[in-house]
Design a protein around this ligand. Structure first.
Ligand code: SF4
Ligand code: SF4
Length: 93
């Protein structure tokens, strides 16, 4: 498979196959994780717009939580939330 070693990476680092992002569990990069306070959340979905990893779970236009398998813990969602409804907490707490 391309990418097994640095020598196998295609020229320019181009990813040639579609749908590859699913294979990379970026959640393993995380040192802090976002935690939602549903009491404060107004379901404005600003966090969903800004999340770079599509890790905000939305159901019927409501913010439901996070896809921790892919959330890399960047904290952008917590930063942009107008209600401070997301807190970044240390992993394992
Ligand atoms: S911490 Fe970053 S990756 Fe995780 S849900 Fe928030 S914005 Fe997305
Ligand atoms: S940005 Fe904040 S208030 Fe808006 S949906 Fe996300 S958690 Fe809820």
């Amino acid at each position: 498979m391309a990418g097994d070693t640095a020598h196998d990476v295609p020229e320019g680092g181009v990813i040639l196959e579609a749908g590859k992002a699913r294979e990379y569990e970026t959640g393993s990069w995380r040192s802090k994780k976002p935690v939602l306070d549903k009491e404060k959340c107004i379901d404005c979905l600003t966090c969903w717009i800004y999340c770079p990893d599509d890790s905000i779970v939305i159901k019927e236009k409501k913010m439901e939580g996070f896809k921790y398998k892919y959330c890399k813990g960047c904290g952008i969602c917590a930063k942009v939330c107008p209600k401070e409804a997301i807190e970044m907490v240390e992993e394992g707490k």
